[in-house]
Design a protein around this ligand. Structure first.
Ligand SMILES: Cc1cc2nc3c(=O)[nH]c(=O)nc-3n(C[C@H](O)[C@H](O)[C@H](O)COP(=O)(O)OP(=O)(O)OC[C@H]3O[C@@H](n4cnc5c(N)ncnc54)[C@H](O)[C@@H]3O)c2cc1C
Length: 394
């Protein structure tokens, strides 16, 4: 019954009008170079492109769709946020700037002090401030609480020494939110502090890591006697772990990306129905048609699970739900790209339909790049452990 209520609510006439307003805005305002880059599954939107789109959204008041009005969000209902996310994905508009808009912003709203909210939230809303996430280390990924990068209190500062690993976009970020070891004497979860770091401070070295797709998205970051003011601590010293857990469940929701998968599946179906050189269509192959049908069923059930969760009033199993969506969402994303590789054959290497001015768009690149989604934000194996503990009590 609850699901039916949701469907009714989503079908309400005023929401239809809202959907049309979003569609009209996207038709009028989404720059063509950005739309092309997103439609080609390019992972390397430049800082300038991300920032330009964020500013267009901010001018409309739509920059941070899930935020309350008092912090610069539109104050939308869940239904409006859901429709906005779907329409932006279908129109090939960029994803929100995830680190600031979806992760740090809501975390500061929940745990930051007033001075931190005043200082940092406006820059996230209008795209002036880019953030990166300094959680993982060479020996602390799945077992994140094992992190060793030390912050030692010295007067009104912390002095940081150590390293962070796999830091996405550290090379274009202005700030990092990170977890640092301030006490090593008790349980490992207990001596962790959440700090905000100006990436232009002396004592930071950023070393690029080139991934399997040939792109530069991630980095290793080294700290050498970096000084950070105590003002940049979120929450109390040694109490960063709860903040991190809150932030990670926000990250896992984002990674499911049901709407983006719906858009990619539509594209896959279009490719499969196009006539091939032998006059036939890929969709005429019973094997391929079955793969697409199975994927579509998986995606529909994922969407229903997401809707049930978003619109349910129950809480308590939120972390497990985020993990379920992350595992299934990333499996679907990878399966779609795999079928797209099969569908395009050798032309997966260069996809002329979506070539941009540089003629440089590659589905194969996206296929390789998306291997990461079942690893980052917590690997699938680790998510399954979380689910089995929360749901099965194992
Ligand atoms: C492209 C990319 C971008 C990233 N961006 C960021 C970022 O911006 N900021 C950040 O902080 N981190 C980032 N990460 C790091 C990411 O969160 C970690 O890679 C992830 O948590 C896994 O940790 P690990 O790489 O240390 O692997 P490990 O923890 O060493 O795991 C290795 C393997 O063992 C498995 N495994 C580990 N423990 C268990 C267990 N208990 N049960 C079963 N299997 C287990 C894992 O599933 C995995 O297959 C990024 C990673 C990638 C690949």
């Amino acid at each position: 019954m609850a699901d039916l209520d949701v469907t009714n609510r989503l079908a309400a006439p005023w929401l239809g009008k809202f959907r049309e307003e979003v569609q009209a805005f996207l038709r009028a305002e989404l720059p063509e170079d950005i739309r092309l880059a997103v439609s080609a599954e390019r992972m390397d939107l430049s800082r300038e492109q991300q920032q330009r789109w964020q500013k267009i959204l901010a001018r409309k008041g739509w920059a941070c769709s899930g935020w309350p009005r008092q912090f610069g969000g539109p104050g939308w209902t869940i239904e409006q946020q859901y429709i906005f996310e779907r329409e932006t994905a279908l129109a090939d508009a960029p994803r929100p700037i995830v680190m600031g808009v979806q992760m740090l912003g809501p975390t500061l709203i929940a745990f930051g002090n007033q001075a931190q909210k005043d200082r940092f939230l406006p820059g996230i809303v209008n795209g002036d401030q880019f953030w990166c996430q300094g959680f993982s280390e060479p020996n602390a990924g799945s077992d994140l609480a094992a992190l060793q990068c030390r912050a030692v209190r010295d007067g009104e500062s912390y002095v940081i020494n150590g390293t962070k690993m796999w830091t996405t976009e550290a090379h274009i970020a202005d700030w990092m939110f990170g977890l640092f070891r301030t006490d090593g004497s008790g349980r490992k979860q207990e001596g962790i502090t959440f700090l905000l770091i100006d990436m232009r401070s002396p004592g930071i070295t950023i070393s690029p890591i080139v991934t399997i797709d040939g792109g530069h998205e991630v980095n290793q970051v080294f700290f050498d006697n970096l000084r950070v003011s105590v003002e940049n601590r979120v929450g109390d010293e040694n109490h960063g772990w709860n903040i991190a857990k809150h932030l990670l469940s926000l990250e896992r929701f984002g990674i499911a990306e049901v709407s983006r998968s719906i858009r990619s599946l539509l594209r896959l179906k279009r490719i499969a129905t196009e006539p091939r050189s032998d006059g036939g269509r890929l969709l005429d192959s019973p094997w391929f048609a079955r793969q697409i049908a199975e994927l579509e069923i998986d995606l529909m059930s994922l969407e229903l699970a997401e809707i049930r969760l978003l619109f349910s009033d129950e809480d308590g199993s939120e972390a497990a739900a985020a993990s379920i969506l992350k595992v299934r969402g990333t499996e679907v994303q990878q399966a779609i790209l795999e079928l797209m590789m099969i569908a395009l054959g050798e032309s997966a290497q260069i996809d002329p339909e979506y070539s941009d001015a540089e003629g440089d768009t590659w589905i194969a690149t996206a296929y390789l790049n998306f291997r990461k989604t079942s690893i980052y934000g917590g690997s699938s194996e680790v998510q399954k452990n979380i689910v089995s503990k929360a749901v099965l009590g194992l």
